[in-house]
Design a protein around this ligand. Structure first.
Ligand SMILES: Cc1ncc(COP(=O)(O)O)c(C=O)c1O
Length: 461
């Protein structure tokens, strides 16, 4: 990251603008307020998932089309949230709607394989260069089963993950994320901390976290685990971290991880639930050119229907092929999701779609970067494929520790409010990024940049 002049942002000004913008959003969303009052009586916290909780109330949506969504107050937004990156196709895409509508009339569930499941597997194999595939219904199921396959294949229990990475909500991986910086421990001996209650410490202890972008720390920890008789089954990681804003792998890092894992007989799992179909046709494997043993997909695979997949080498899947490891599920490869995935892969997320996404993202990142320079704003823009963010930090974020130490949570919250009040639907929380859809246009990106300029101006003037 280039060194450049930065202004010091007045904390009182952030507070004042946050209060103003919060009040404005409350005034615009009385319909959501009323839904929340009703929803609280039957839904825990008034929502379907704790990631949808928001104070004073969540924004309830009514519908979406293309790059736009509408809330229950009929406020229209350009969608840069896109269902946490699931809707890279845009909402209600004609090809996916047609495929799903046709499939509904033919029966939606048999718990028996259909042709669409084969077609999807063939296309994923072509894109990822990994020959074998299985399906699940979510990202959490994908990472849970991939870890079981790695454990079954290696006969080992311990697993290694990156500190701060999210891989879904099952116990194996709800470890060492979202915790206070002062609790994480020494860089070479990071703590195994359960993420919330209900996760046994004995399960958490089987998951060892290492810092991102530090192959030396990974290798040292792995060697110690081997000495202790706890050789790991797998390293599960995102090739580019997507829950600290975006943290790209430094040159040579992924190659080094591949070498270390291969040397010690450890399976490498790339969790591509977010990167998957969003950063290239063949995800992070294509983008960064490093081949893991297993990949996990979900989110954008089903064009908005619940779906997920695990891809792998012949060797990795041998334990499933032989029946030694059970990879199962009533709804795995269900016909409705497979019909949507087939249309998505063959008709929607085409090579041209990725050219369009790359061009849009470049424009968006360049637009934000130009404003950061103009206002000497403390931040930088970063992205890949359809994904990006402005990271509110003067230091480059390379891992969890640098994120916790440097990223400005208060400006992140204010930026979200600015977006929401100016017709840009954005992922909430300081950890998230934008996802563009193929239905976004240059003008849509310019609108995002325009809102960012208002924020930069108001905070620096
Ligand atoms: C990298 C990654 N893996 C796994 C998951 C879990 O996916 P799901 O919410 O579909 O279970 C997520 C969800 O955000 C994710 O970002």
């Amino acid at each position: 990251m280039a060194t450049r002049a930065r202004v010091e942002i007045d904390r009182a000004r952030i507070k004042e603008l946050t209060e103003r913008e919060s009040a404005k959003l409350d005034r615009r969303t009385h319909g959501s307020r009323d839904f929340y009052a009703r929803a609280q009586k039957s839904l825990v916290g008034g929502v379907a998932s704790s990631y949808q909780v928001r104070d004073p109330w969540p924004i309830y949506l009514s519908h979406g089309k293309g790059a736009r969504v509408w809330d229950v107050d009929q406020n229209e937004y350009l969608d840069f949230h896109n269902g946490f990156g699931s809707m890279v196709q845009g909402h209600a895409h004609d090809a996916i709607s047609k495929a799903v509508t046709e499939r509904i009339g033919l029966g939606t569930h048999f718990a028996a394989p259909t042709e669409d499941a084969i077609v999807v597997g063939e296309e994923l194999a072509r894109r990822w260069g990994l020959p074998k595939w299985r399906y699940v219904n979510s990202g959490s199921e994908a990472t849970m089963d991939a870890i079981r396959i790695a454990r079954g294949a290696t006969g080992r229990d311990t697993i290694v993950k990156i500190f701060g990475s999210y891989h879904g909500h099952h116990d194996y991986v709800m470890v060492s994320i979202g915790v206070d910086y002062d609790k994480i421990g020494d860089r070479f001996d990071l703590q195994s901390l359960p993420y919330g209650k209900g996760i046994p410490q004995s399960v958490a202890d089987m998951t060892i976290a290492v810092p991102f972008n530090d192959a030396e720390a990974m290798e040292r920890r792995i060697e110690r685990l081997i000495e202790e008789g706890r050789a790991p089954a797998c390293v599960i990681m995102e090739a580019a971290m997507m829950n600290l804003g975006i943290v790209l792998p430094q040159p040579g890092y992924l190659e080094a991880v591949r070498e270390i894992t291969r040397k010690h007989g450890i399976m490498l799992i790339f969790d591509e639930v977010k990167t998957g179909l969003c950063i290239a046709a063949g995800g992070a494997v294509e983008r960064f050119g490093v081949m893991p043993d297993l990949v996990t997909l979900a989110k954008a695979l089903g064009g908005g229907l619940p779906s997920g997949a695990i891809g792998g080498t012949e060797e990795a899947f041998e334990v499933v092929e032989s029946g030694a490891v059970y990879q199962v599920g009533t709804y795995n490869g269900n016909p409705l999701s497979m019909a949507a995935a087939r249309a998505n892969l063959l008709e929607v997320m085409t090579p041209e779609a990725y050219v369009h996404l790359d061009a849009l993202n470049e424009r968006l990142i360049a637009g934000c970067e130009a404003l950061i320079g103009k206002y000497e704003f403390p931040g930088y823009a970063v992205g890949v494929g359809s994904k990006g963010c402005v990271t509110f930090s003067t230091e480059e974020i390379t891992d969890y520790a640098s994120f916790k130490a440097n990223q400005d949570a208060e400006i992140s919250e204010l930026a979200w409010l600015y977006n929401m009040n100016r017709g840009v639907f954005m992922t909430p929380g300081r950890e998230e990024e934008w996802t563009l859809s193929i239905t976004h246009t240059s003008e849509d990106c310019d609108r995002f940049v325009g809102v960012f300029e208002e924020l930069a101006h108001d905070l620096t003037s």
